[in-house]
Design a binder for this molecule. Structure first.
Ligand code: HEM
Length: 171
């Protein structure tokens, strides 16, 4: 990242285009740890046959996005954190009908209207934090030892606080 932004003293919005891998990292993080793991409940308006089941009109339907995005039928090595998988899957978050295997922002008519704003904010602030600081786990623990355990809830949060040591690169 610092190579791509060589000569910069700070990160500006226009620099984000030079950092395509950052977007892959955010996508992969949201695949494994979606903020809304069960989306927003739907109400079935008509009785439908779906995947061998009858869903009666009036049923409340809860979509388990968390499980869909870890399903080995659609994801190679689903438990592995592998941002580069999104190199091949660039249009997956367009919200289109063909992309229901990747739904951290939901899908269809009720897809999150803040998606573009959310990506822009996450990319920018992550870039700023990575540009100005080196990040390590405390007590010289290795990156693979990062605790990513989740707490159960309507929105997905960390079970334990994230503790990191930031070193300013200017220091
Ligand atoms: C990482 C950031 C975000 C994530 C992961 C996220 C995720 C979601 C999800 C999963 C839904 C439910 C979609 C569905 O059931 O199909 C949703 C709905 C919604 N989101 Fe977001 N969201 C994010 C940021 C934002 C931001 C920044 C805004 C506004 C500025 C926003 C506004 C909304 C609104 C208004 C809805 C309800 C849409 C509706 O029901 O018609 N979200 N979001």
């Amino acid at each position: 990242m610092r190579k791509a932004l060589k000569g910069n003293t700070k990160v500006e919005e226009k620099d984000i285009n030079k950092l395509p891998y950052l977007n892959n990292i955010i996508k992969e993080t949201l695949r494994l740890h979606p903020t809304g793991p069960l989306l927003v409940p739907r109400l079935c308006r008509e009785t439908v046959e779906l995947g061998g089941y009858t869903v009666p009109a009036g049923s409340r339907v809860v979509v388990n996005a968390w499980a869909i995005m870890r399903d080995a039928r659609w994801w190679e090595d689903p438990e592995k954190f592998m941002p580069e998988r999104f190199e091949k899957l660039k249009d997956l978050d367009s919200g289109g009908a063909a992309a229901f295997e990747y739904i951290p922002f939901g899908g269809g008519r009720r897809i999150c209207p803040g998606m573009a704003f959310a990506y822009a904010s996450m990319e920018y602030w992550l870039a700023v934090l990575l540009f100005h600081f080196d990040w390590e786990l405390p007590e010289r623990r290795r990156p693979e030892e990062l605790d990513v355990e989740e707490a159960c809830g309507i929105t997905l949060t960390r079970k334990n606080d994230l503790l990191l040591v930031a070193t300013s690169i200017a220091a």
